[in-house]
Design a binder for this molecule. Structure first.
Ligand SMILES: [Zn+2]
Length: 55
């Protein structure tokens, strides 16, 4: 699995589960595991909007 942003190899633990956040060590992008299909892991862009709560 490669980072969609920078193509660095993402290391996803074998025991990772849906909803876990994977961070790219290279560009720092966060991805959420959207599901698994056998050995294939599907990622979606993690929602980073809202990090600044401002309160
Ligand atoms: Zn990356």
């Amino acid at each position: 699995m490669n980072c969609p942003e920078c193509d660095a190899i993402l290391s996803i633990p074998d025991d990772s589960t849906e909803g876990e956040i994977i961070s790219c060590y290279d560009c720092g992008a966060d991805y959420e595991i959207a599901g698994r299909d056998g050995s294939e892991v599907k990622l979606k862009q993690a929602e980073t909007i809202g990090e600044d709560w401002g309160e």
